[in-house]
Design a protein around this ligand. Structure first.
Ligand code: HEC
Length: 176
């Protein structure tokens, strides 16, 4: 009888402990299931973000590199073909300075494309009728000789000239 009772008690304890144990498991179950879910969820957008950011970075980097290359090329053209007459800023050499010219173009053109097209046309075949400068410029310096460079290079140096505009430049006169 005692044995029977003991085994009953034991099995009751066993059942109780299993129930408690599995109950614990059930409790921890969803928690431990949720835990990996949360990082997975937060990882997914993070990964997508990284991709987007790195794509943007690559594009921005490529654009920056292209802009730097274009700038270097234009500066080389200026040094080779324009610098002998055009200084960067006043005093003027035998032609108005580049910064003064940029100011004149910004004052007359609202769009870069139009200014660049007219600069290219002027450099290929300078004429007083095409000039944006006042007559005093021709009295002082005479007319600019034609530049014999490929259109592509003229466009690059003209685009660069437009970008040399300095809003803090106080002069802006045709002959500076
Ligand atoms: C031999 C000297 C000389 C060289 C070289 C020269 N220029 Fe000029 N440039 C002048 C003179 C002088 C003027 C002012 C009179 C005029 O506009 O024609 C002028 C005017 C200009 C103008 C204003 C045009 C206008 O509306 O009157 C631009 C733009 C210009 N130069 C760009 C350039 C660029 C860019 C180069 C190089 C690719 C260059 N020049 C090379 C002498 C030169």
């Amino acid at each position: 009888m005692k044995r029977f009772l003991l085994s009953h008690i034991l099995s009751a304890l066993l059942i109780a402990s299993i129930a408690t144990f599995s109950g614990c498991q059930q409790q921890t179950g969803p928690v431990s299931e949720k835990q990996p879910e949360t990082p997975v969820k937060s990882e997914a957008p993070a990964e997508t973000n990284t991709e987007v950011v790195s794509e943007d970075n690559t594009q921005a980097f490529a654009e920056k590199e292209a802009a730097e290359a274009a700038l270097k090329e234009a500066e080389a053209i200026y040094q080779k073909s324009c610098q002998s007459c055009h200084s960067m800023s006043p005093p003027a050499k035998s032609a108005p300075s580049i910064i003064a010219l940029a100011g004149q173009y910004r004052a007359r053109y609202s769009k870069k494309a139009g200014a660049v097209a007219d600069m290219v046309s002027f450099m290929k075949a300078p004429a007083v009728g095409k000039s944006i400068l006042g007559s005093g410029t021709f009295e002082r310096f005479g007319l600019m000789p034609a530049v014999s460079l490929p259109d592509e290079e003229l466009e690059k140096v003209a685009s660069w000239l437009w970008d040399q505009y300095d809003p803090n430049f106080e002069g802006g006169g045709d002959c500076e």
